[in-house]
Ligand binder design. Structure first.
Ligand code: NDP
Length: 327
């Protein structure tokens, strides 16, 4: 039998956490033959709710779930974890300045970085979900210098999956037949959902859709604003799809992407495609043996170039804002 993998979920009493932990315990993240031990962290005001989630995990009698650690102690939560999904963060409240939200999250991610660095298992893989996801991940990377930069990522897979979903609805084809869309840049409204290399079967999506105006306009804004549309409809955020995307991200990273297919991940930029280096930027990546590689050599037209630059500039600005919160 396989050794259990320890999976940390922070903000585990929150909405995404509540959707995510049963998926992990059912093997959707790491495979149906992989036992797991869940580590759930939340803040003291959420301790009682967190204990309720733990009770439900016991009641669900998941065969793969070999243990649950539910705690408000960050060191206990991080100890020995192989995978860390960082969902906890300070939400933007009405009337709060962007800098105030950034400042709260910078201090959270700085302290969690130290705890992971000192107590997580070697080679722990980290996925940041909490917003601003790219910049929270960058702060985590900066304050955990002994964790390799390649192990620290942020979630843009939900945006990627939303793009697949929009194309599949438009063409009336199975979502599993749509391949190789790309989300470039920041998990924010400047992200660029790019279909220039996407296919259905062996045909380019652009040729099948035959409507560049839609692809360059409404398609992009629909993907960018999907989160807000779901909040409007549900009066709650898109926790189910965010949790599902987090599972997809980790599963493909650990188990590999299928041959000929790439996915989008926010990773530490080396300046590929002439975007800023030294920020967490979403690229098309393939994964093999537990490591991601940026897909190289894709043609970038003038329309795309502007969008890659715009979202890159926003990430540079967020990085500066985050650093100004540190001093
Ligand atoms: P959610 O579980 O709905 O969201 C958690 C984080 O994920 C938020 O930062 C949210 O960003 C982000 N996010 C990214 N993508 C999505 C998406 N598609 N849909 C929704 N959210 C997305 O928030 P809750 O408030 O329910 O739960 C947060 C938990 O974190 C609580 O249990 C709270 O106690 C805990 N927390 C922990 C802190 C800490 O560790 N120090 C500090 C504060 C809270 P956005 O804000 O933009 O919606």
């Amino acid at each position: 039998a396989k050794e259990p993998v320890r999976v940390l979920v922070t903000g585990a009493a929150g909405q995404i956490g509540y959707a995510l932990v049963p998926m992990v315990a059912r093997g959707i993240m790491l495979g149906a033959d992989q036992p797991v031990i869940l580590h759930m962290l939340d803040i003291p005001p959420a301790a009682e709710a967190l204990n309720g989630v733990k009770m439900e995990l016991v009641d669900a009698a998941f065969p793969l779930l070999k243990g649950v650690v539910a705690t408000t102690d960050v060191v206990e939560a991080c100890t020995g974890v192989n995978v860390a999904v960082m969902v906890g963060g300070f939400p933007r409240k009405e009337g709060m300045e962007r800098k105030d939200v950034m400042s709260k999250n910078v201090s959270i991610y700085k302290s969690q970085a130290s705890a992971l660095e000192q107590h997580a298992a070697p080679n722990c893989k980290v996925l940041v979900v909490a917003n601003p996801a790219n910049t929270n991940a960058l702060i985590l990377k900066e304050f955990a210098p002994s964790i390799p930069a390649k192990n620290i990522t942020c979630l843009t897979r939900l945006d990627h999956n939303r793009a697949l979903g929009q194309i599949s609805e438009r063409l009336n084809v199975q979502v599993s037949d749509v391949k190789n869309v790309i989300i470039w840049g920041n998990h924010s409204s400047t992200q660029y959902p790019d279909v220039n290399h996407a296919t259905v079967g062996d045909k380019p999506v652009r040729e099948l859709v035959k409507d560049d105006e839609w692809l360059n306009g409404e398609f992009i804004t629909t993907v960018q604003q999907r989160g807000a549309a779901i909040i409007k409809a549900r009066k709650l955020s898109s926790a189910l799809s965010a949790a599902s995307a987090a599972c997809d991200h980790i599963r493909d990273w650990v188990l590999g992407t299928p041959e000929g297919t790439w996915v989008s991940m926010g990773v530490y930029s080396d300046g590929s495609y002439n975007v800023p280096a030294g920020v967490i930027y979403s690229f098309p990546v393939t994964c093999k043996n537990g490591e991601w590689t940026i897909v190289q050599g894709l043609a970038i037209d003038e329309f795309s170039r502007k969008k890659l630059d715009l979202t890159g500039a926003e990430l540079t600005e967020e990085k500066e804002l985050a650093y100004s919160c540190l001093s």
